[in-house]
Design a protein around this ligand. Structure first.
Ligand code: FE
Length: 255
């Protein structure tokens, strides 16, 4: 299984602090059946800066360390980009990394509290560049929770999204769990990933999430998500279902 979002690179952000943390995370990932992880350190989120060249070097080092440890886990490079106005300029400058470094898929993170007004235009401009934006964990964004139509609009206009395994398992609370389910039910997401930061408070939870997917939506749903991660890693087009608006129950608004 491939995990496309993980903070396993040591000492670069709020994920693994050092190599022994990375090794502990690798062991947990392997125990869940993960054999490929895309390392996606935070970039320009106000606290951390991780440029393409540094990530490529650190991923190489980590793969060598895992090999020495006899761990059967391959790390591929990636980057979790906080949305910012000059991201395309920075991409042209060579600071921005797509997932795996070879795909056309680019992680885009919104601030947790809101969606910037320029997001729609920027997501469009990214696609004009021949890149495919993936909005990470939309289920945890306050404005998208308030206004699901905005998420629908982004997906309808070509953005992909990635939900977090722990959101589906209920770690972030009932409201986020329910919104995650609605996002799945309305075909507004394309990937499920761990976004693991450690082995305790922000662990992988991929198996638990896939079990929930299978129980609630059937085995096809599990295939859809696991195969999309493989298609991305292989540089192929992903499966996309026709997105639908989320039906919110507004009983009192009808009369
Ligand atoms: Fe993340």
């Amino acid at each position: 299984m491939i995990d496309i979002h993980c903070h396993i690179l040591p000492g670069v952000d709020d994920g693994a602090k050092n190599l022994s943390d990375s090794i502990a995370m690798a062991k947990q990932a392997i125990s869940e059946g993960i054999d490929i992880i895309i390392a996606t350190p935070h970039h320009k989120n106000g606290t951390y800066i991780n440029r393409k060249i540094d990530i490529l070097n650190k991923v190489k080092e980590l793969n060598e360390a895992f090999k020495t440890e006899g761990l059967n886990l391959t790390v591929l490079p990636g980057q979790e980009n906080r949305i910012f106005g000059e991201i395309i300029e920075d991409y042209d400058q060579g600071d921005i990394l797509t997932l795996t470094g070879h795909s056309t898929y680019l992680f885009i993170e919104f601030p947790s509290g809101h969606v910037p007004r320029y997001a729609k235009q920027l997501l469009y401009d990214i696609q004009l560049k021949g890149l495919h934006p993936i909005i990470v964990h939309p289920e945890r964004n306050a404005q998208l929770i308030e206004n699901p139509d905005l998420l629908y609009e982004f997906v309808k206009n070509g953005a992909a999204t990635q939900i977090t395994a722990a959101s589906l398992t209920g770690y972030f609370g009932k409201k986020i769990k329910r919104y995650t389910e609605q996002i799945i039910e309305s075909n507004l997401t394309h990937f499920i990933a761990s976004d693991a930061h450690n082995t305790t408070t922000r662990a992988f939870k991929m198996n638990e999430a896939l079990d929930i997917l299978e129980q609630k939506y059937g085995v096809d749903s599990v295939y859809y998500f696991t195969e999309n991660a493989e298609l991305l890693a292989e540089g192929n087009h992903i499966f996309r279902e026709v997105p639908e608006p989320i039906k919110t129950k507004k009983f009192f608004g009808l009369f």
